[in-house]
Design a protein around this ligand. Sequence first.
Ligand SMILES: NC(=O)c1ccc[n+]([C@@H]2O[C@H](COP(=O)([O-])OP(=O)(O)OC[C@H]3O[C@@H](n4cnc5c(N)ncnc54)[C@H](O)[C@@H]3O)[C@@H](O)[C@H]2O)c1
Ligand SMILES: [Zn+2]
Ligand SMILES: [Zn+2]
Length: 370
Amino acid sequence: MSREGKAALLINPGEPAVIETITIDSPGPNEVLIKIVASGVCHTDLTVKNLNGNGMPFPIVLGHEGAGYVEEVGPGVTNLKVGDPVVIAYRAPCETCPACLRGDPRHCYAALRAQPRIRRKLDGAQCSQVLRCGTFSEYTVVHQKAAIKMPSEMPLDKACLIACGVITGVGAAFNTSPVYSGSRVAVIGCGGVGLSVIQGARLQHASQIIAIDVNPVKLEWAKNFGATHTVNSKLVDPLQEVRRITEDGWDGGVDFAFEATGIPACTELAIKLLSYGGTATTIGFPAASDSVNLNLGDMATGVYWNKASLHVCHCGDTLPSHDFPLLADLYLKKQLKLDDMVTKHIQLADVESAFHEMETGNVIRSVIEF
Ligand SMILES: NC(=O)c1ccc[n+]([C@@H]2O[C@H](COP(=O)([O-])OP(=O)(O)OC[C@H]3O[C@@H](n4cnc5c(N)ncnc54)[C@H](O)[C@@H]3O)[C@@H](O)[C@H]2O)c1
Ligand SMILES: [Zn+2]
Ligand SMILES: [Zn+2]
């Protein structure tokens, strides 16, 4: 049986998202059809739009931070039943790549995906789904292992944030570059992802968590999530300021610096903020032409003399079947703050204004409610 629903689609490069009717086919083998209840608006959706689809064929169903209920299961689905509350994972390990085969699914090269089941009603065009999800939609179809069951007491308008922003940030500090207790941490960019890194560093008992942003409101909010210090990099030199805050008789610097802006210069800054042997982690989504300049030889901040490492974080190196229930549990135990991350509840039709606000306004996450 196919269904109809509304979705926010990109139809042509360079054009705003529009709300249109889509038709969704029944799930195939090992697939589940989800009725979306809530979806966070992540900067990556905006980036996909700004990069003209980033290689995905049009039309494109936006959204990848979604939660909902299982509405129909395909043949062979054993782990879920109709009515289960789920969060959709965009990186469920593929089980066939070299990393999965060597038993390291956190470093999976790919991800499980459903067959294309969504079409634009108007002309029958097959739709792409951002990051295999497509959650700015009343319905979507995903691989059964990409739908992670939530505890029944977990509110889905908060649970949806776990799907991307929260697992990316918390996972960066748990998995990609495990922050150790007592360490010094800097986080550049305090949006949904950066604030989640701050939360991850707090949960790992970092001793100093320095939030860096150009927006004073974000810096004020960062304290609520665990920042011990804030630096407005528009007003002061963040390099000098971080070294001052972390001064330890060895020229200071942080053990871990995380970039969560998508701006190459912020990755360069992350590397310069490190103390000897520290680790920088780049999280922001780059354009194809983006590059960074890594100085090797500067005695104070060069990668060679400072023995710096650079990690790349994809979705917090998550193993969703393990991590999503863990984060839900931390929320239910009041250790992970999700309520304060939802700045606004919006309607599907407000997607474009949510993008605009993300670029210009004081918003952590807008959450679309269906
Ligand atoms: N690697 C991944 O798996 C992954 C997952 C989710 C998001 N992302 C990417 O991470 C980035 C952050 O996403 P988000 O949803 O938190 O975005 P966001 O727009 O909510 O937050 C970005 C923050 O960066 C701040 N900022 C802008 N310019 C700055 C500068 N020069 N110095 C310091 N701070 C600056 C903004 O004020 C804002 O607070 C985006 O590039 C997004 O596409 C990557
Ligand atoms: Zn794999
Ligand atoms: Zn995202």
